[in-house]
Design a binder for this molecule. Sequence first.
Ligand SMILES: Nc1ncnc2c1ncn2[C@@H]1O[C@H](COP(=O)(O)OP(=O)(O)OP(=O)(O)O)[C@@H](O)[C@H]1O
Length: 248
Amino acid sequence: MQTHDLTVKYGTNIGVQNVSLPIYSNKVLALIGPSGCGKTTYLRALNRMHDLTRGATVTGKVILDGKNIYEPDANPVIIRRRIGMVFQKPTPFPTMSIYDNVVAGLKLVGIRKKSILDDVCERALKQAALFDEVKDRLRSPGAGLSGGQQQRLSIARALAVDPEVILMDEPTSSLDPQSTSRIEDLIQELKKHVTIVIVTHNMQQAARVSDQTAFFYVGNLVETGPTNTLFTNPKETRTEDYITGRFG
Ligand SMILES: Nc1ncnc2c1ncn2[C@@H]1O[C@H](COP(=O)(O)OP(=O)(O)OP(=O)(O)O)[C@@H](O)[C@H]1O
């Protein structure tokens, strides 16, 4: 995946501008930077979530497998299956069972065969490292799980439709340290199968989980590179000032 000159505006206000960034397959890319710098705005542009934001306009390209996802003939529903999203707060449908939460995306596209849904549910829950904890209560409501389990359920739901990329917007910000650590371990496991882009406020987390890091500042991509290099030998003064805690 790759973005070229990606600009997102809210009315006349710029969210991010002219961001050209490679997103390598089966790697984790962390987006870091101070509050309001455009991390979430950039992330949401990667699967056309701004289509749903009033007043937002996107220009530039997001190339997935050689095709721009903003081409007029591209189908946003299919794009969001290929590029899934996990939000800051766990988002299970509260009255739905754990099972129905996982297979919701499949049912939406008309898959009803029980044997298929059963298989996908088990596979996705296993991939999200949740299966053993919930296998005896798949018919109980998703809302009955702990916060950390709910976030893994949200990840299982994203995985059920077999995406190529998963976008994660501060996926551990509402979780305790132990649940955070489980999600971080899970990210390492998941990148064998999917590409991950994660927004995080936590620089230690970026250093722990990501292969590549991109540093944003007031709507601009300042610097990107291998995480180790960016944290130990940044090219730009603003990057160095941010990662050493001088601002932000
Ligand atoms: N729906 C919206 N309408 C108008 N302006 C918005 C909207 N969403 C974001 N913005 C503006 O776009 C800019 C970038 O915001 P964004 O949320 O992407 O930053 P961020 O780096 O993710 O911040 P944070 O770390 O606080 O979540 C900010 O100036 C913000 O006020």
